[in-house]
Design a protein around this ligand. Structure first.
Ligand SMILES: C[S@@+](CC[C@H](N)C(=O)[O-])C[C@H]1O[C@@H](n2cnc3c(N)ncnc32)[C@H](O)[C@@H]1O
Length: 209
């Protein structure tokens, strides 16, 4: 199958299966982690790579909500869910590497399970920094490369499978990249993605400004 056709088909299948595939993980603790992280969202909020809208229910009392998502099949699901759960939210098709907003537009940018799969992590983080106002915060929840060398090597070996099934890398040193792009991490919890395969478990949850 030519690459583009494969990607389009894979994208549709991934979007169609995402909520059912994630259900056990959500029930086993991911939903609670999302909720606790998103109580910190404030002011004008942008969520990147919003997928099917798993975070929608967790925003309370924010001034405005903008969601971006580059994949058409995900976007359709996000739009449908937002019509029901967050009708005032604005939804745009855009990749994190190229955010269609002015500098200093948001108080909070949210990234949950996105930086593992963007094409260019450094460019995405620079874009996030650009659109955040001075004093604004990035809230992140990301599965990452393990600090344990043996586990990190295991993640390297298993990454092909992770890419095949969930279309992202399980071995990215995302925390290092967040710091290398000029953010200061102000809160950090190292935990696990519940019910995930071992190679996709190491998880970081926190905020950076
Ligand atoms: C694992 S899903 C996570 C969805 C959602 N953020 C969540 O927490 O459930 C990864 C999402 O990132 C999106 N994505 C892929 N490449 C991206 C990019 N370059 N910029 C922004 N989002 C991207 C995918 O389309 C998908 O919706």
């Amino acid at each position: 199958m030519p690459g583009r056709v494969y990607e389009a088909t894979g994208g549709r299948i991934f979007a169609a299966m995402y909520d059912s595939m994630s259900r056990k993980t959500e029930d086993a603790g991911l939903r609670a982690l999302r909720h606790s992280l998103l109580t910190e969202a404030a002011g004008a909020v942008l969520e990147i790579g919003a997928g099917t809208g798993s975070n929608l229910a967790h925003y309370n009392g924010v001034e405005s909500l903008v969601f971006t998502e580059p994949e058409p099949a995900m976007l359709r699901r996000l739009q449908k869910k937002a019509r029901e759960e967050a009708p005032l939210a604005k939804i745009l098709r855009a990749p994190a590497e190229d955010l269609p907003f002015e500098d200093d537009s948001f108080d909070t940018v949210v990234s949950t399970l996105v930086l593992c799969g963007v094409d260019d992590q450094v460019r995405s983080l620079r874009e996030i920094k650009r659109v955040l106002r001075p004093g604004g915060r990035l809230l992140f929840l990301e599965h990452v490369r393990s600090d344990d060398a043996a586990m990190a090597r295991f993640q390297d070996r298993m990454n092909w499978l992770n890419r095949l099934v969930v279309q992202c890398d399980c071995n990215r040193p995302t925390l290092t990249t967040i710091e290398a792009t000029g953010f200061t991490v102000t809160e950090l919890e190292r935990t696990i993605l519940p019910k995930a395969p071992k190679f996709a478990r190491p998880l970081i949850v926190g905020s950076a400004g």
